[in-house]
Design a protein around this ligand. Sequence first.
Ligand code: SAH
Length: 277
Amino acid sequence: MADDASPTEDVDRPADGDRPDDRSGPDSGHRPRGNDTAAGNVAVAVVDAETPGNVGTIARSMKNFGFSELLLVDPPELDPEGEAYGFAGQAREDVLPNARETTFDDLVGNYHTVGTTAVTNEDETSHVRYPFTTPAALADSLADVEADTCVVFGRERVGLTNDELARLDQVCSIPAAADYPALNLGQAATIVLYELRELTLGETQHPDERHQRADERAVEGLQEQFDAFLAAVEHPPEKRPKARRLWRRFVGRAHPTGREATTLRGLFRRATQRLDD
Ligand code: SAH
């Protein structure tokens, strides 16, 4: 039993039910490519996974972040009724059944390979796990090169061996607590793939404009209204410049929306009128 999340039902499944593409199966020799970007394709490999649940978790994360090519080196049996499919969510319909069993040699020979590990070397006296990059920096560097890349994850208990890591082109490590940097395999993959999502996702479920800031006149109107309010409450005149500056900085940090600015201004106006009556 994998020690990570429990199998989950698809509570968030979109109402229109996005059916998987009709992709070719693992035997066709065709590599499913769901994330062709200028940066090239990014595949995910798992070496010698012990628990099918972790393979399912990784397949699900891949689908969440726009990856489709899953390569398995010495995988456990993936029973369609078992944990892998139970943990995979909607990836049970495409990423997981399209996973290709392969060899470590195939990864090394056909991809720009990035090994992931919790354990890094301190300095240049050993190059097996040094230099290393963080997932975020890896995303930046891969954005500029057109290379078919494979991010390689290791065994739950012992990770990738030194011999394996020595054959891979780059090393990537998630910064974590010094006394316990080894994440659960599925969670490590989720973090790495989240950081690499810029290479794969043209768009996310979020609207483009996340924060609709009030226009400048409305924001400046808040300053004027605050001024009138200070006068109405008879704030000591010598303290008003400081209070005004405080308010300007406060509003400046908040970038209020149009509705926030209008509502706040209206409330200050009402308070000022009541005090003046
Ligand atoms: N001691 C092992 C821990 C294995 S954890 C090691 O050398 O990494 C199982 C797998 O999860 C690792 O092979 C790696 O692929 C991934 N992983 C766990 N923690 C990670 C971290 N901090 N950074 C990058 N990958 C990590």
